[in-house]
Design a protein around this ligand. Structure first.
Ligand code: FO1
Length: 340
């Protein structure tokens, strides 16, 4: 079985860890060579790279790293991003030299990832190749996971905000500056992805969607994570055209984002923070939609007009066991839709 997922950072990573755990629990107990288990489904993760940023000359890919560290057991559980057991000597030393920015926290262990990535990119490897090398260290292939950046081309999400002092009354800043430095508190007018006009999907991305048995959208930010992946040329069409059922897990519970600032992002599109509004963003390709019990009764419109199958259950991913159960429910819904 081939499962393809689109993923952003923390929510996507925690869901994926639950998915891997669920599949592990379902496997027969006989020993097998790593990566050789025919019963283990292949999971392809298409990661958002719109959040990527170059700082201190280093290429940082927050969403890819969050998925990689979470699956590899190296994530800082409390933050949901960055490394566990982290120290901050390098950034303290940079601060002593007055090197900016200081608003983006990068620990020493995390910096090693960015140094390795930047070095390999500089040697001519593509971001896909680099991501695969980094993922090997974290045991992704052993878990049946192939992590692909959505594109190998450098792209960056920028946020347009109102600024009366700027020409035209608006200015754009990097997504991370808006998200981390300003905590998404400056009302966003719109999001633009610099470089997307020249971007192509990374090798394997469209094929993974077209040939999947099941496509899952984890509870990632629908605007700046999954929404950005959907703007990669060909991705949306591939989702519309795939024979696989597409199942989504709502990132909104009872009118609040599960985490992060999804409400500020939806507001920029003029949308309320509801599971229904998120499903509307995927309406042209979504077949199944898992919402929280608190949102039961929502999505009636989509259910009636598009035949979308909506099911409800507790969706708060408080820990690995709950994420495992939620991932199992998404898989189960997908399997039922396959048969239907
Ligand atoms: N998030 C923060 O809120 N503050 C930070 O200083 C910060 C640093 C950081 C460094 C590396 C990394 O991989 C992620 C980091 N994040 C930080 C998370 C990141 O900004 C976002 O959560 C995502 O880009 C949105 O998915």
């Amino acid at each position: 079985m081939r499962i393809t997922t689109l993923a952003g950072g923390v929510g996507g990573a925690r869901f994926l860890r639950g998915l891997v755990r669920h599949l592990d629990d379902a496997l027969p107990a006989e020993p097998h060579e790593p990566g050789q288990d025919p019963a283990r489904p292949e999971i392809t993760v298409i990661g958002n790279t719109g959040d990527d940023i170059t700082l201190y000359g280093l290429r940082v890919c927050p969403d890819l790293d969050t998925v990689m560290y979470t699956l590899g057991g190296g994530i800082h559980e409390g933050q949901g991003w960055g490394r566990d057991g982290e120290t901050h000597v390098v950034q303290e030393e940079l601060a002593a030299y007055g090197v900016e920015p200081q608003w983006f926290g990068m620990g020493d262990r995390d910096i090693a990832t960015h140094v390795a990535r930047t070095r390999w990119l500089g040697q001519g490897l593509s971001l896909s190749e680099v991501t695969s090398r980094l993922g090997d260290r974290w045991g992704l292939p052993r878990q049946g996971v192939r992590l692909l950046p959505m594109t190998d081309d450098p792209v960056e999400t920028h946020v347009v905000v109102e600024d009366q002092d700027a020409e035209g009354g608006q200015r754009a800043m990097h997504f991370q500056e808006w998200w981390v430095r300003h905590q998404a508190a400056l009302p966003a007018e719109r999001f633009v992805v610099a470089g997307m006009d020249r971007a192509r999907p990374a090798p394997g991305v469209l094929e993974a969607i077209r040939t999947a048995d099941l496509v899952i959208l984890p509870p990632s930010n629908p605007v700046v994570s999954i929404g950005i992946i959907l703007t990669v040329p060909g991705v949306r069409d591939a989702l519309r055209g795939t024979r696989a059922p597409v199942v989504g897990v709502s990132p909104v519970i009872g009118g609040r984002p599960v985490r992060g600032h999804a409400d500020a992002c939806l507001a920029a599109l003029g949308l309320p923070t509801t599971a229904d509004a998120v499903a509307g963003l995927y309406a042209d390709f979504l077949d199944g939609w898992l919402v929280d019990d608190a949102d039961e009764g929502a999505s009636d419109l989509l259910r009636r007009h598009r035949g979308l199958v909506v099911e409800h259950r507790p969706l708060m991913m408080s820990d690995v066991p709950t994420a495992t159960v939620i991932a199992g429910a998404a898989l189960d819904l997908g399997r039922r839709l396959q048969r239907a």
